[in-house]
Design a protein around this ligand. Sequence first.
Ligand code: ADP
Length: 219
Amino acid sequence: MESKQFGVIGLGRFGSSVAKTLSELGYEVLAVDSSEERVEEIKDYVTHAVCADATDEHTLKAVGIRNCDEVVVAIGQEMQNSILITLMLKEMGIKKVWAKAQNDLHGKILSKVGADHVIYPEKEMGIKVANKMVANNILEFIELSEEYSILEISIPPRYLGKTIKEIDVRAKYGFTILAIKRGNQLLISPSSDEQFQTGDILVLIGRNENFKKLERDIG
Ligand code: ADP
């Protein structure tokens, strides 16, 4: 069991999925919701499940939220609650607060009151799904910023047997190869003489605007 402890406030679809996954990964999880039913549903999956109104500062402290290294505020509908709770958690000194936003304005306010990470689950999943739909070869897509992304692609057949130098994705598409996944191996920062093999997965970083060109060529 890892020593890091996580808190999840709000056990809707998103919060309960975060809480269960953290638990499965072997972390201690304190899960809080004001709904008895939601707490009942999660209690067998997490270390502590507490029914409490998290907008009450004393209650939050009493349930031991300050022992958590990172807390996820997973309340979308009741925006004022999520904003207030995020603010209180930062004032209590929680190092990292992740907050789920319902829309852009909600997200902006969460950042202003101190959220370290603002999550837009539907928006982010929508971007991922759309990218997967248009590019069969793209296995993973992480948008780092509005400008840059990390992509994982399966090796296009015409690259097989060629070296990184020969295909020169940097000059052609403005992408840099961060790593090659080969079976159980991860070749970080591969040399330009590395030859591609069947089954290779390329991890690329580059500008979003160049991504379309790559997608057309390998799709
Ligand atoms: P999702 O869209 O992921 O299902 P919701 O916004 O519907 O998320 O769910 C939010 C959860 O947060 C609900 O289970 C609700 O009971 C809980 N919640 C809302 N306000 C508070 C609060 N003040 N304290 C604790 N839990 C809260």
